[in-house]
Design a protein around this ligand. Structure first.
Ligand code: ZN
Length: 313
């Protein structure tokens, strides 16, 4: 199948990362650590056996389901400069979050365009990839847009300005270099790229991908490595707690964290940025979660809690 692309290839064994990742766990901030401890308490849930929430989002409650709003903060038609509405708590007021829904539902029909190579500093790489899908055909691109829209709703409720790299509103892409540039030009305080993996059956759980140090060509991640790690650790801890999902059993040595230097979307970022692979679409147990609207709402909530924790520091 042509699903597998560079963004989510089951990475080659990266056992050499054990050292840094182990250190990373030790360095977890207290908030994130609390999340991890909670995760440990619920980790038994991951092994299987537990009936997944009803698939297909039958219980999805539509809370945070995609709404018509596309541009976020500027929807207000009220021209009154001084609204008298009671002030809602807006702890993220003034903060800019860019959400990057991985892939694009239209990429499958635009393989020539997305296969074009773009410069990611360290080397050149395909503009974009199709992403993966569950065995039943629920695509990663559908998944990423749904989680991203739920995430946007939560962050906007907290007062953040939210921008998307794509909202299913263009026929393909954007390319990974443009995705990075959107975050950079927005001077985003945090960027999260939403994905789900396409690994083998039996490989389960989520992981957050952090930028490694790259200084080559147009890529220079040195200023964002530490802040991105902080962001990623907070997202991982909160995601585990909110979803009750265990970190990946096939990458990251159980930390739920991975460091990569081969992703253009990270290499070219000048602002704190991470990817999250929310689960493995090719595993039936993970797929049951990923196809549940209720679970996706928890996923969005966990990611937003991580972002909020990071931005309120
Ligand atoms: Zn992906």
């Amino acid at each position: 199948m042509s699903y597998v692309g560079p963004d989510f290839d089951p990475p080659q064994p990266r056992r050499s990362r054990r050292g840094p990742l182990t250190v990373a766990v030790a360095a977890l901030v207290p908030g994130a650590l609390a999340g991890w401890l909670v995760w440990q308490a619920v980790a038994d849930d991951s092994g299987g056996g537990s009936a997944p929430q009803q698939a297909r989002g039958a219980t999805s409650s539509a809370a945070g389901s995609p709404t018509a709003s596309s541009t976020g903060a500027s929807d207000s038609k009220e021209s009154s400069p001084t609204s008298s509405a009671p002030a809602a708590p807006t702890p993220l007021k003034g903060k800019v979050v860019v959400i990057d829904p991985g892939h694009n539902p239209g990429n499958f029909q635009h393989t020539a365009e997305i296969n074009r190579k773009v410069d990611i500093g360290t080397n050149s790489k395909e503009c974009d990839t199709t992403g993966t899908a569950t065995n039943a055909g629920y695509t990663e691109a559908q998944f990423t847009l749904d989680v991203s829209r739920r995430l946007r709703t939560i962050l906007q409720q907290q007062g953040a300005t939210v921008k998307f790299t794509q909202n299913g509103d263009r026929s393909w892409g954007p390319c990974i270099d443009e995705r990075a540039e959107i975050g950079n030009k927005a001077h985003a305080d945090a960027v999260v790229s939403i994905h789900a993996d396409g690994a083998g059956a039996g490989q389960r759980g989520f992981h957050v991908i952090l930028p490694g140090t790259v200084h080559d060509g147009a890529a220079d991640t040195r200023p964002i490595v530490a802040t991105s790690r902080d962001l990623g650790e907070r997202i991982a801890g909160n995601f585990a707690r909110e979803t009750g999902t265990a970190p990946s059993n096939y990458i990251g040595d159980g930390t739920g964290l991975d460091v990569r230097t081969d992703l253009g979307g990270l290499n070219l970022s000048t602002v704190p940025k991470v990817f999250i692979e929310c689960g493995n679409m090719r595993d039936s147990q993970d797929a049951a979660r990923l196809t549940s609207g209720a679970w996706r709402q928890k996923a969005a909530s966990g990611i937003s809690d991580g972002i909020m924790s990071f931005l309120r520091e």
